[in-house]
Write a protein of this length. Sequence first.
Lengths: 249, 495
Amino acid sequence: MSALTVLYALLFYCAAATLVVGVARKCWVYARTPQPLKIPIPPAPTTRRGVVLRLLMEVVLFRSLFRSNKWIWLFGWLFHVALLAVLARHLRYFTEPVWAWVALIQPFGLYAGFAMLAGLGGLWARRFLVDRVRYISSPSDHLMLALLAAIAASGLAMKYLAHTDIVALKAFFLGLMAFDWQPLPADPALLVHLALVAALMIVFPVSKLLHAPGVFFSPSLNQVDDARERRHTAGWSAKIVHVDRARGG
Amino acid sequence: MAAFETPPLGEYPVIPPVREGAMAHSKPFVAKPDLQKPLGFPGELVPDWEKVAVTKLGELVSQSRALQVFLDSCVKCGACTDKCHYYLGTSDPKNMPVARQDLLRSVYRRYYTFAGKHFPKLVGARDMTKDVLDDWYSYFHQCSQCRRCSVFCPYGIDTAEISMAARDIMDSVGLGQKYSNEIIGKVHKVGNNLGLPGPALRDTLDGLEEDVKEATGADVRFPLDEKGAEVLLVTPSADFFAEPHVDGLIGYAKVFHAAGISWTLSTHASEAANFSLFIGNHDNLQKVAERIREAALELGVKRIVVGECGHAWRVAYSFWNTLIGPFDFLDPRYPAPQHICEVTYDLIRRGALTLDKSANADKVVTFHDSCNVSRGARMGDVPGGQFLIPREIIRACVERFVDMAPETIGEATFCCGGGGGLLTDDLLELRVKGALPRMQALQQVVEEHGVNYLAAICAICKSQFTKVLPYYKHPMDMIGSVHGLVSNAIVFNRR
């Protein structure tokens, strides 16, 4: 067992634990924190079903963003859909036998790699070209784009420039999941790719990537517009007591 | 106050380039200690205020899921950057919603997040310093909490929640805004924003009864503190005397008169407005709202109806059931509370009102959707009723009605520029500049359709437009109440 294999095995255990525990902890905090008042933002549904539909439209189609700005929507949606396809394509490294639908989407996953880069490129260009977006960008916003772009680029590099031994790679990950470590191929592109992915997993729970769980907890999106029909109380508003004096007659 | 120029109206709306610091000089008068104390706030900046502020921030975040999620989730996509009327009118980048949020988010990150504690420069985290506090005071008083940005945010991040929290923190360290806090003090002490005591109110209402008698010959009553009335009307105190507000009050009275609904005002709750919303303080919010419950119980009414007031309707529709409910003492056949527009619309639909459109034949009307009604509340029983119902009332009362450009009305409506506790002359420059997007849309319908009447259902909108319309070369009396139109059109049938 090489030191490299041990290092990467430990790195991925740490990264996975950080991601899962970190995001679960944040979700716990979001779920436990009360929302004392009703603050849905229109167009607010009047039923729970409507809220589910609304959240689906937001998460799947980025509806509000579409209304807001077509360029951000185009690049942002392209990136996220491509990322989803790429992630799905990578499932073949973690399943044996490979699921039929995962086998089916392999070619799309490849195009998606380029689409991902295109989306990221568009979003990044806006951070330089649009003065308003330039003003609000912190170093971390650029770094996040750099990280994602480097992950996509190093992944594509393994497909088109310097092939790696994907059979051995798959054995490595299946081994990690079964706690039966297998050697990791020592190809530079692969090592860079994996290190960056681990970095992304580690920063996820302490960065703006929290928008992913956050959107589901956003009261302005997930509350039902029924303030008059149902009395809503939580946190400080659940502690309100009226001292109704029988005044006058 | 420094002189300023009214922004020019171009042929079409433009997104201005960023001009840093363009509005850094704008800040409202600070509340003196005697205005702070009655609200439960320290009179002046407390020693150790940095620590107090940071602790208060942590408390507020732990008590509000909205703040938790909103402070964590922003990805700086830029979707909101061109949505705020104050940015569009001033070009100051700190008036972009995301940048305004970041004033507070940067402090939250510094003290309450891993990244901000260990890598502040990387994520734009900042220590709580006097410079930061000054920035807060200036720019959180350049937000009218209209929620337009949150309609366009992919995560529904509501800048109003953040600006309310920031103001609450500032109040808690002794830095309050004179305008809002003085008004809240008057409500606590006298019962309304204007500080109008009971006898003066009775006098005013008697005067209105005489005026209406003279104009129509009808005995339209303006009852005060009448026990056993069916409806308690709670309306902004501006309705009691100022033009064009009072035309609205006369309109409500005529509607009740024509429909034969007994109603009353209350001296104890002679104010619908609740400025505590603007300063984000829930103790004051609850206390001011509680007067309505007390008045309704004392007078033994069956229904509570709210007059034309934007943020009051948000508080009433969205928060009253939580703050002063349950309303199990009211008639369950009616929504509690009910908007005066819902009452009037219902009567129109049932054919219970006779309206003569020719009384408004001189008017070409457009409707300004007030931000708090549009994005903080609803009317009727279907989504979007708050847009439909006022328009249907207007259409029933006037011959010619046109809407402004669709991206400037409905849920995307632009704030008048004076909401959220900014309707004060020490912020006049901000108010005039912030009105730019609305004025742009208005200009278009004036030129294309000859619009000469801008109807609204909010006391703040009405006061704000009365003040700023002349800056954009429109007559100040172009603004009016929706129920002012009803008042003109209504015909009393002899019974």
